[in-house]
Design a protein around this ligand. Structure first.
Ligand SMILES: [Zn+2]
Length: 54
């Protein structure tokens, strides 16, 4: 069974997190935003006003 991976909520790049991964086991996951790629996550982590970008 092929594992489908999540896309970044900001830039839509494919991540290596599968859809079956629970949120508490995910890297680069933000409750209110969803799955992010490492690039966007580090951007968001450095910029707490990230939600103003959406
Ligand atoms: Zn991204």
């Amino acid at each position: 069974m092929a594992m489908k991976t999540e896309c970044c909520a900001l830039c839509h790049a494919e991540t290596d997190v599968t859809e079956e991964t629970p949120s508490y086991e995910r890297k680069n996951y933000i409750d209110t935003a969803g799955q992010l790629c490492p690039e966007c996550y580090s951007f968001v982590a450095a910029n707490k006003e990230w939600h103003n970008l959406l």
